[in-house]
Design a protein around this ligand. Structure first.
Ligand code: DX5
Ligand code: ZN
Length: 216
């Protein structure tokens, strides 16, 4: 089971400190939320911030693009040092091409769907991707509540993975706390993004330990 702290809830004036903190506490990925104020109603960061944080950690950078026309920025994020780039099916009419472009840029490719989008929207890229991200909240902000219907999608993805021999990881993002992490794990998820639960707390160590306790 992999844990991917989201720096959306970190202190942006102290990103290096906050990334090194979770690396030391045993995180597996650093989850980087890229928002453009168009696809989602919030703005965060671009490739320049990804290149700035690249040298401060050995952990893979798991870059979640919540932007329109993601094809235009894939190369820039790959060059900036992303290890995994995940694109929203809803953000492009050409999700298959976007996934191909990510793979051609030499990094791992992920696809993601919003809570209101059915799994069928990504059925025909499942053989290509390294990771499928199921949004367990509507994207845009940290600190929202987990949406229950996500669990059915996770279970179906796991069933397809086994019956069709796919190799993708199943990642969940939004409202992840020990109780929801446990249920996502039981449904079949194996990569867990958590932002506010880890960073908006007195002791990020206690938070990571309590997530690990239900995951391992
Ligand atoms: C939401 C982002 C998430 C966010 C999760 O749009 O994709 O990665 O950081 O935040 P929490 O864990 O607080 O729900
Ligand atoms: Zn995210």
């Amino acid at each position: 089971m992999k844990l991917a702290p989201s720096i959306l809830s970190a202190d942006f004036a102290n990103l290096e400190r906050d990334i090194k903190l979770v690396e030391k506490l045993g995180a597996d990925y650093i989850h980087v939320d890229v928002m453009d104020g168009q696809f989602v109603p919030n703005i965060t960061l671009g490739p320049n911030v990804v290149s700035a944080i690249r040298p401060v950690t050995k952990l893979p950078l798991d870059v979640h693009l919540m932007i329109v026309q993601p094809e235009n920025y894939i190369e820039a994020f790959a060059k900036a040092g992303a290890d995994i780039i995940t694109v929203h099916e809803e953000s492009t009419p050409h999700i298959h091409r976007a996934v191909q472009m990510i793979k051609a840029s030499g990094v791992k490719a992920g696809v993601v769907i919003n809570p209101g989008t059915p799994l069928s929207a990504i059925e025909y890229v499942l053989d290509l991707v390294d990771q499928v991200l199921i949004m367990t909240v509507n994207p845009g902000f940290g600190g929202q509540s987990f949406i229950e219907s996500s669990l059915d999608k996770i279970a179906q993805l796991k069933e397809w993975k086994e019956s069709k021999g796919y190799t993708y990881d199943i990642e969940v993002d939004g409202g992840i706390v020990p109780e929801t992490a446990k249920r996502c794990k039981e449904a079949g998820a194996n990569v867990f993004v958590a932002g506010s639960y880890i960073y908006n707390a007195e002791s990020p160590k206690n938070q990571i330990d309590s997530l690990r306790a239900v995951l391992d």
